[in-house]
Design a protein around this ligand. Structure first.
Ligand code: ACO
Length: 432
C-alpha cells in the first residue's frame, strides 16, 4: 500500500513561488508535503498541537472524525468488538491481516509464553507506597523491563522487535494486575495460560491463591471488548509520544513507558477516571443543569469530562459500543438503578440537545461510559487508565514498529517561533 502524488500546491512568499507535492492516501484528507519548506524558503510552519500536521504515513488505523468512523487495518471497530476478540485484534494491528485459525493458535501460544515477568521485577513493587497511583507504578515497571530483556532491545533487528512487541502485549496485564494487588496488599497472582487474555487479566486482578474461583465469562467478554476498543487510535498524544521517543532509537520498553506517562493526563487516558469523579460530584440528576452551565462558562475551567474530542466531531464510534457493553454488564450484575448511569444518561441527553455542545460538535467520547463499566467490573477509579494502557499497548508497539520500518522517518525534532529576548551580554551578579 502506498500513497500517490495527486497535484502540486503553490505557496507565494515575498514574491517567490514554492511547489509542494500533494499526497493522496487510501482514504482521508490529502496531505501537503512541506518537509522541504525550510530548506527552500527558510520558513517554518506554526501548528501548536499538530492540528493540521501529519507526522507519518501509516497503514494501521483510520479515523473519520466527521463521520464517526474508526477502522483498524480497514475493519470497523464495532465489527471487531462485536465479532472478534482482543488477541485476534492484536494480531491484526501487528501484522496487517486477521489470522486464520492456525495463525491465531500460534500467536496465542507465543503470547502465553511471555505472560510471566522475571521474579526479580516483583521486588520493584515493594519500593512503591501502597497508595501509589498504579499509573505511577506502570511508568516505572514498564520502563524497567528494558533492564531485564536485553535480548530484545536491538531495534534494528526485526526478530528482536517482534519479540519485544509480543513481550509487551503479554506482560502488560501481568504488571497491571500486580500494581492493583500491591495497592490491596494481596499476593500477586501468576498468569494462568489456560484462560484467555481478558479472563486471565481479571483472574490476576480479582483472584486469590486461597481459592479457585472461575472468572465470570460475561465480565471477561466485556473486558475483552474494552481492550479492543482501546487497542489503537491513530496518532493520538500517547502514540505520538511513543513514536517521538522511538525516533531517537530508544528501546521499545522505554518508549512504551513514555506512552504510559502521556496517557495518564486527564485530557487523554485519565478522562475516564475524571469522568466518574465528575458524575460523583454531580451526585444527582437535579444538579446537572448547574454543571452544564459551568461547562459553558468561559471563565470557569470546568469541562464536561467524557465529552469532546480532537478528531471526532460526531459520536465517537467506540462510545456507542461502550454504551452497549455498559448496559450488558449492569444487566448481568443485576444492577438496576445505578445512580451514576442515571446521571450519565441524563447528562448525555441534555448536552446533546444544548446549543453550546451542538454548535461545537461536542459528543460523548469513549471515556463517558468506560468508567461506569470498569467500576462495575470491580476496578477502583485509579485503575481505569491502567486498563486503557493495557489495551493500547498493541497500538503503541504496532505504531512503533511501523515507524522503525519506515525508511523516511528521522528523529522527531519540531522547531519553534522564538519570541524571547534577542542576543544580549552576560552581566556579572554584583552588577545586577
Ligand atoms: N466541555 C465543555 N467545553 C468543551 C469541552 C468539554 N468537554 N471540550 C471542548 N470544549 C470547548 C472548548 O472550551 C472550546 O471552546 P471555545 O472554542 O469557545 O474556546 C471548544 O470546545 C474546542 O475545544 P478545544 O479544547 O479547543 O478542543 P481540543 O480538540 O483541543 O480538545 C479535548 C479536545 C481535550 C478532548 C477536549 O474536548 C476536552 O478537554 N474534553 C474533556 C476531556 C476528555 O473527555 N478527554 C478524553 C478524550 S478521548 C481519549 O483520550 C480517549
Amino acid at each position: 500500500m502506498t500513497d500517490k502524488i495527486k497535484e502540486k500546491a503553490n505557496l507565494k512568499l515575498n514574491g517567490d513561488l514554492y511547489d509542494f507535492d500533494v499526497h493522496e492516501g487510501t482514504i482521508g484528507p490529502d496531505v501537503l508535503d512541506i518537509s522541504k519548506l525550510y530548506a527552500q524558503s527558510g520558513k517554518f510552519t506554526y501548528d501548536p498541537g499538530f492540528t493540521s500536521t501529519a507526522n507519518c504515513k501509516s497503514t494501521i488505523t483510520y479515523i473519520d472524525g466527521e463521520e464517526g468512523t474508526l477502522l483498524y487495518r480497514g475493519y470497523p471497530i464495532d465489527q471487531l468488538a462485536e465479532q472478534g476478540n482482543y488477541l485476534e485484534t492484536c494480531y491484526l494491528l501487528l501484522n496487517g491481516e486477521l489470522p486464520n485459525q492456525d495463525e491465531y493458535n500460534k500467536f496465542e501460544e507465543t503470547i502465553n509464553e511471555y505472560t510471566l515477568v522475571n521474579e526479580q521485577l516483583n521486588r520493584f513493587f515493594t519500593g512503591f507506597r501502597p497508595d501509589a497511583h498504579p499509573m505511577a507504578i506502570m511508568c516505572g515497571v514498564v520502563g524497567a523491563l528494558s533492564a531485564f530483556y536485553h535480548d530484545s532491545i536491538d531495534i534494528n533487528d526485526p526478530e528482536q522487535r517482534r519479540i519485544a512487541c509480543h513481550r509487551l502485549i503479554a506482560k502488560m496485564p501481568t504488571l497491571a494486575a500486580m500494581a492493583y494487588k500491591h495497592s490491596l496488599g494481596q499476593p500477586f497472582m501468576y498468569p494462568k495460560n489456560d484462560l484467555d487474555y481478558a479472563a486471565n487479566f481479571l483472574n490476576m486482578c480479582f483472584g486469590l491463591p486461597t481459592e479457585d474461583k472461575e472468572v465470570d465469562t460475561t465480565l471477561a467478554k466485556a473486558m475483552d471488548k474494552i481492550l479492543i476498543l482501546h487497542a489503537d487510535h491513530e496518532q493520538n498524544a500517547s502514540t505520538s509520544t511513543v513514536r517521538l521517543a522511538g525516533s531517537s532509537g530508544a528501546n521499545p520498553f522505554a518508549c512504551i513507558a513514555s506512552g504510559i506517562a502521556c496517557l495518564w493526563g486527564p485530557a487523554h487516558g485519565g478522562a475516564n477516571e475524571a469522568c466518574i469523579r465528575m458524575l460523583e460530584e454531580i451526585n444527582n440528576v437535579d444538579n446537572i443543569p448547574e454543571y452544564v452551565k459551568k461547562a459553558k462558562d468561559k471563565n470557569d475551567p470546568f469541562r464536561l469530562m467524557g465529552f469532546g474530542h480532537r478528531v471526532y466531531k460526531n459520536f465517537d464510534p467506540r462510545a456507542k459500543v461502550m454504551q452497549k457493553i455498559c448496559h450488558e454488564v449492569l444487566d448481568h450484575l443485576g444492577i438496576k438503578d445505578d445512580p451514576l448511569l442515571a446521571i450519565a444518561v441524563e447528562l448525555e441527553k441534555i448536552a446533546l440537545e444544548d446549543d453550546y455542545f451542538v454548535e461545537k460538535k461536542l459528543y460523548p467520547n469513549i471515556d463517558f461510559y468506560s468508567g461506569i463499566v470498569m467500576k462495575s467490573l470491580g476496578f477502583p477509579m485509579d485503575m481505569f487508565t491502567v486498563l486503557f494502557a493495557v489495551g493500547r499497548t498493541v497500538g503503541w508497539v504496532s505504531q512503533w514498529n511501523e515507524m522503525i520500518e519506515d525508511t523516511s522517518q528521522r528523529i522527531g525534532r519540531p522547531r519553534q517561533l522564538y519570541i524571547g529576548n534577542e542576543h544580549r551580554q552576560y552581566i556579572g551578579m554584583h552588577k545586577r
